[in-house]
Ligand binder design. Structure first.
Ligand code: HEC
Ligand code: HEC
Length: 154
């Protein structure tokens, strides 16, 4: 009997302690009037998507602004798949194919694991090229940026 009472009591406590936001979804989706790159849009609202940038087929490579910058992609990548079965980028940029395709080889850093071990093939952390490399496009900066490259790169 005592056990049953404890269970009932626990149930009442659990019910009364149920979080207030479950009844009013606005509270968890309210951004509090914060201006972000989405504007003042609430998290629950779908904002107007950005227009697709026009990426020319081939263009002059824009110089890097700092030594560790992943170079931009100076060509179109439409239809290039990167998944578990295939990596279109490596069909031109791997050490094996780069010469024949007149493409830049991926650099040695792309073979290193995060523990600093050098593998004989691309490291998993460098497999999904578009995590770091993006195609060049005439896009206005999303936020103000006053970054200046070091003298040696100017
Ligand atoms: C059909 C061959 C081919 C494919 C596929 C390809 N590229 Fe390229 N890529 C090139 C060539 C050739 C260049 C040399 C620059 C140019 O376009 O004149 C280049 C240049 C680049 C550069 C600039 C390198 C530098 O010199 O600093 C990057 C970064 C790059 N590609 C990334 C990619 C990524 C990421 C993919 C996959 C989404 C990809 N490429 C797929 C041929 C290819
Ligand atoms: C985690 C970020 C990251 C990923 C993922 C990545 N790269 Fe890079 N890549 C870089 C950085 C940073 C550089 C410039 C410094 C360096 O070489 O490490 C670079 C340099 C390059 C270069 C120029 C090499 C040179 O010698 O100038 C090419 C080409 C390139 N990457 C292609 C690729 C391709 C193809 C893939 C996918 C297989 C890829 N990268 C994946 C960050 C990345």
């Amino acid at each position: 009997m005592k056990k049953l009472l404890t269970v009932i009591a626990a149930g009442i406590v659990a019910l009364s302690a149920s979080p207030a936001w479950s009844s009013d979804s606005d509270i968890i989706t309210d951004n509090g009037g914060v201006l972000s790159l989405r504007g003042y849009e609430q998290v629950s609202d779908i904002n107007k998507s950005e227009a697709m940038k026009r990426v020319p087929r081939d263009q002059q490579l824009i110089d890097r602004e700092y030594i560790q910058q992943p170079p931009l992609i100076p060509h179109s990548i439409r239809g290039y798949q990167v998944n578990t079965n295939a990596n279109k980028c490596l069909s031109c940029h791997s050490f094996k194919n780069a010469g024949a395709m007149a493409a830049t080889k991926i650099s040695v850093t792309h073979f290193e694991t995060r523990e600093g071990e050098t593998l004989s093939d691309v490291s998993p952390r460098r497999y999904f090229c578009l995590q770091c490399h993006v195609p060049q496009a005439d896009a206005k900066p999303l936020v103000e940026n006053t970054f200046k490259p070091v003298d040696s790169l100017q």
